[in-house]
Design a protein around this ligand. Structure first.
Ligand code: FAD
Length: 306
């Protein structure tokens, strides 16, 4: 029990504004399918409810972690004994001319489909990225030479004090798999994107093409978090790992994918510790053989900027 006031606060929350679950295995919340139980999983259903929860937790100095759809994180095997704030209930979608507004909890597949249904182009690249809109903003998710941060965007966010802020594209400080939403405690609650009108069938064809390319090159049949490492300048992480002779290498139940060496996969009942150890082994080997430092793209939940 991390704090005497926490249970009281959580008990007082109206169910039409918050979804609360206790002792949820994080293996059920993350695409790696690893991680121990989170004591409290709180999913606010509106931006205001999110801000009130954050204001209380900050005021009472109660630690919390933020999770979107869990597709770019590794959760601790030992679990988490405080509050996991989830964005999954922020599901707003709205269209207005060339603009669409998406709640942080909307999945990128649904976002791309929503844009297509409104004959708007710009999110095709996101079709097949398995995370949420909020996670995509935090990670500046991208594929096939596009990324979310290249679009004209306005983000509604909540700061550590529970105050709402509106940020422009420039203020989001998007970089390669980076944004202001990493490290400053800002939670993206929703965003409004300006897209380009186009023919629905042409948009659909591009989405299908991107998805087909993914299915061909990625080990989607195994749990993973996508590319485990960032792309080092001048190299491809997967190629370096393959050239280091590490395709198929294992630690416990974790394996370097035979199909795509940039993916670490949960091959057979891996623990997060297995995956971490394999990631370290890869980093050491690539450093030794090629003098290149591989940096992780995947976040270790609770250890970085959360
Ligand atoms: C099979 C597979 C393929 C993938 N392909 C790609 C790809 O092509 N391109 C790509 O970029 N990524 C890819 N990924 C990685 C992942 O899907 C993206 O990084 C995605 O944007 C993460 O979203 P999420 O909701 O799952 O974030 P999470 O994993 O839940 O969170 C990631 C980080 O963002 C933070 N965060 C989450 N939501 C918010 C928010 N609302 N506000 C502030 N911070 C937040 C979390 O605290 C955490 O630190 C892939 C993953 C898998 C499993």
């Amino acid at each position: 029990m991390p704090h005497p006031k926490l249970d009281c606060f959580l008990e007082s929350l109206p169910s039409d504004e918050y979804l609360l679950k206790r002792d949820v295995p994080m293996s059920a919340l993350t695409s790696f399918r690893t991680g121990g139980p989170a004591a409290y999983c709180l999913s606010p259903k509106t931006p205001d409810a999110f801000c009130r929860a954050i204001a209380f937790l900050t005021e009472e100095k109660i630690p919390y972690l933020l999770l979107g759809h869990g597709t770019n994180v590794l959760a601790p095997d030992e679990g988490y004994d405080s509050v996991l704030l989830l964005t999954g209930e922020l599901k707003e979608t709205a269209a207005n001319g060339e603009q669409i507004t998406l709640g942080a909890g909307v999945l990128m597949n649904s976002a791309a489909t929503f844009a297509k249904d409104h004959a708007l182009s710009g999110l095709e690249f996101a079709y097949g990225i398995p995370g949420s809109v909020g996670g995509a903003l935090a990670m500046n998710a991208g594929a096939y030479e596009h990324e979310i941060g290249e679009l004209p965007i306005t983000v509604l966010a909540c700061d550590r004090n529970g105050s709402l802020r509106t940020l422009t594209t420039e203020e989001c400080r998007f970089g390669y798999r980076e944004s202001i939403f990493q490290g400053e405690g800002l939670v993206a609650l929703s965003c409004t994107l300006t897209l380009t009108p186009d023919d629905k069938d042409a948009i659909r064809a591009r989405m299908d093409d991107y998805l087909a390319r993914r299915k061909k090159s990625q080990p989607l049949e195994y749990p993973s978090a996508g590319s485990f490492f960032r792309r080092p300048t001048g190299y491809y992480a997967g190629k370096l790992i393959q050239d280091a002779g590490m395709k198929g290498a294992r630690v416990g139940g974790a394996q370097i994918s035979e199909k795509h060496a940039g993916f670490l996969i949960n091959y057979d009942r891996a623990t997060s510790a297995d995956i971490r150890a394999l990631g370290k082994k890869v980093q050491d080997e690539v450093q030794k053989q090629f003098g290149v430092t591989l940096q992780r793209e995947v976040k270790y939940l609770g250890e970085e900027y959360d």
